[in-house]
Design a protein around this ligand. Sequence first.
Ligand SMILES: NC(=O)c1ccc[n+]([C@@H]2O[C@H](COP(=O)([O-])OP(=O)(O)OC[C@H]3O[C@@H](n4cnc5c(N)ncnc54)[C@H](O)[C@@H]3O)[C@@H](O)[C@H]2O)c1
Length: 267
Amino acid sequence: MGHGLLNGKNGIIFGALDNKSIAWKVAERCVEEGANIVLTNAPVAMRLGEINELAAKLKCDIIPADATSIEDLENLILGSMEKFGGKIDFILHSIGMSVNVRKKKDYTDLNYEWMKTTFDVSAISFHKVMQTAMKHDAMNEWGSILALTYIAAQRTFPDYSEMAESKALLESFARSFGYHWAKKSKVRVNTISQSPTVTTAGSGVKGFSDFFGYADKMSPLGNASADACADYCVTMFSDLTRMVTMQNLFHDGGFSSMGMAPEILEE
Ligand SMILES: NC(=O)c1ccc[n+]([C@@H]2O[C@H](COP(=O)([O-])OP(=O)(O)OC[C@H]3O[C@@H](n4cnc5c(N)ncnc54)[C@H](O)[C@@H]3O)[C@@H](O)[C@H]2O)c1
């Protein structure tokens, strides 16, 4: 049941591929809370994924955009403002992809051209989205911009490979650009560091299912689900969190504060 937390707000949601995607759940919750949204994803995801189903269900538009292409992003930002008949209140960046992980390259034998693509898709795209939105003065005052990240930015998770550095870069962009957005128009920029979640991107990491169980035991509240993440995103887009900016916010059932969990030793 919605509470009208996003009544009258306009938002762009990147990254809904299928009904397991975190962005899919966020899109559903935002509409439930009264928002008007535009969905976007890479052109290839239009063919492979199920985003058309989501758009039909939520009665919203899709504007395809490769998040690494400035031309696509300009088309997306300008097209969204045209559809909304006004500026944008919130943006969710829910994009991640590692070429070296996909091609099963070991961390000590990475291909650097692939690494550049990984950083471009997973992190630099966040800067590109914000730069394009700023250039077109596309955000309303007190708007909110979020990206999804993972704790491998701060701690070592060997199988996460070059995605760790991608997330560190992503989180740094939130802090650095957050300053400029706050000064320009009181827009806040944050990252949400989410528990392991069973999705296409998540399951691509080696040993994911064993690790999912480990993290669940390590977290006193258990792993946070995609639905719970969607609830958190809604609060971050709402007017209830206006003074929170330039933060990396852990949404992980307590995982990030744990040292050891007796539950794991009991096995
Ligand atoms: N699943 C997890 O365990 C987990 C944990 C923490 C953070 N995250 C983060 O959550 C975000 C969403 O991932 P997810 O788990 O929902 O998986 P997902 O596979 O459903 O979503 C990833 C999305 O990125 C999109 N994408 C890839 N390349 C793109 C490009 N060039 N332009 C535009 N979009 C592109 C894909 O089409 C897809 O929709 C990612 O940033 C991911 O790193 C996931």
